[in-house]
Design a protein. Structure first.
Length: 457
């Protein structure tokens, strides 16, 4: 009888261990909330002082504290760790603030992040500078990028789109007013199209003019044509569309000059204000230009094609240099982007502040995207596994970078979102000749009845 009880207990223990291992793999969020969170809190509270001491984050106590300890107890005066704030559990980890001691800086804590991760049994530890003398530790309990779930309270807004999830479980927000232009690189099946799809679907719900250049006969952007105000599907159409956008930019500068009393002959480069300083009734709608597979604009076969290429590249560079003040923003996508594309490529890349690098086929491609702003991010981009599509390294010219992953969004859902928000497309007469034809959708497939947007023949 005793043997049967022993075997039953052993079987129950093995079943519990196996169930926990399966839950940790299949449902990491549920496992963290039930098992990982309590265990990490207990481990943190029990070993906080010793862990800080082992990481070199303790300092000698003040003279008055040392005297008080000697006067009240006979214990040895030991170094003190940073003062710990309240532990705040989250659905993905923990948050805790530390008040740094005199002589410490946030870089000291960041340098020990990997040690803290192992000591407290969490997936990762990230350090954020809150204010002078205070840092926030964000402990992530599991790999949030393996199965992306966007935060419910992502900080969005006008021209602010939460498009991906960072590795510290916060939302990566594409803010066009802070980072006006962006370069998105990625090999085939790397998730570049998914990133673009999420971005378009979120912008479609705002009063923003969407313009597309897709020289792959429109296979990437055509499903969203209901929401696009202009769409070019080959280099010839792009060569006609870009001068119109440049003319629109110049007209907006004239509008700013007239409103502020600036002399009409003043060069555009000397105007420091922008359309956001205009009254809302006079302010033109912002324009976001998506260029998919930008290398197609640079490829030439004849002398005539070379002249056309030079004109298009010149227009793109002008839009990148001067477009922000006129409310025109660029989203340039491709598999490769560098000096080998031709004249003007490097100059255009220098104007693209934001960088998103998905999995690439060679190290040179990662260097083209990130090497000039964050050299240490190149290795992270080269180590992206093929079985994790949508994983990317994002950075900007400030030198900061992080890993992100775009949530899955089906093409049909993104196209439906664009159809439902077609009425939000601002009217821009200059782009009417380039408005794509949108075939009517059968009622059985369209769901709720929506009136189709009129298109130009």
């Amino acid at each position: 009888m005793t043997d049967l009880v022993t075997w039953a207990e052993l079987g129950g223990t093995l079943a519990a261990i196996g169930g926990g291992a399966y839950a940790r793999r299949a449902c990491p969020a549920a496992y963290w909330s039930t098992v990982g969170l309590p265990a990490s809190v207990v481990r943190l509270l029990a070993s906080y002082s010793s862990t800080m001491d082992a990481c070199g984050l303790t300092v000698e106590p003040s003279r008055w504290r040392a005297l008080a300890v000697k006067a009240t107890t006979r214990r040895e005066v030991r170094p003190v760790p940073p003062r710990r704030g309240m532990i705040r559990p989250t659905s993905t980890g923990l948050r805790m603030r530390l008040r740094l001691a005199a002589g410490q800086e946030p870089a000291d804590v960041a340098a020990s992040a990997e040690r803290l991760r192992h000591a407290w049994g969490v997936h990762a530890v990230y350090v954020r500078d809150v204010k002078p003398g205070v840092v926030e530790l964000r402990l992530v309990g599991f790999d949030v990028l393996r199965k992306v779930r966007m935060p419910k309270r992502a900080a969005g807004g006008f021209l602010r789109v939460p498009v991906a999830l960072r590795e510290d479980a916060t939302a990566f927000v594409r803010d066009y007013q802070a980072v006006p232009h962006e370069l998105v690189l990625g090999a085939t099946l790397s998730g570049k199209s998914m990133y673009l799809r999420n971005l378009i679907a979120k912008l479609a719900a705002q009063s923003v003019v969407l313009v597309g250049i897709d020289c792959k006969r429109g296979v990437e952007l055509a499903p969203f044509a209901a929401r696009f105000s202009a769409l070019a599907t080959d280099p010839d159409q792009a060569a006609e569309l870009l001068p119109v956008l440049v003319k629109e930019m110049e007209d907006r500068y004239d509008l700013i000059k007239a409103r502020q009393g600036i002399a009409p002959g003043t060069p555009d480069e000397e105007i420091t204000s922008d359309v956001w300083g205009l009254p809302e009734s006079e302010r033109p709608a912002p324009i976001v230009l998506f260029v998919d597979e930008v290398a197609e604009l640079f490829l030439v076969a004849t002398r005539k094609d070379e002249d056309r290429r030079d004109q298009m590249v010149t227009h793109l560079i002008r839009l990148a240099q001067l477009g922000r003040a006129a409310g025109i923003y660029l989203e340039v996508c491709g598999q490769r982007f560098g000096a080998e594309l031709g004249k003007g490529a490097t100059m255009l890349r220098a104007q693209l502040t934001g960088r998103v690098c998905h999995r690439v086929n060679d190290e040179a491609s990662a260097k083209m995207a990130l090497g000039d702003i964050a050299p240490e991010a190149v290795y992270a981009a080269c180590s992206i596994a093929p079985e994790l599509p949508g994983l990317a390294v994002v950075g900007d010219t400030s030198g900061g970078w992080s890993r992100v992953r775009t949530p899955y969004l089906s093409l049909s859902d993104a196209a439906a979102a664009c159809r439902e928000s077609a009425y939000l497309a601002p009217d821009l007469p200059a782009l009417a000749p380039f408005r794509p034809y949108v075939p009517p959708v059968p009622e059985a497939a369209s769901g709720p009845s929506t009136a189709p947007r009129p298109v130009a023949e």
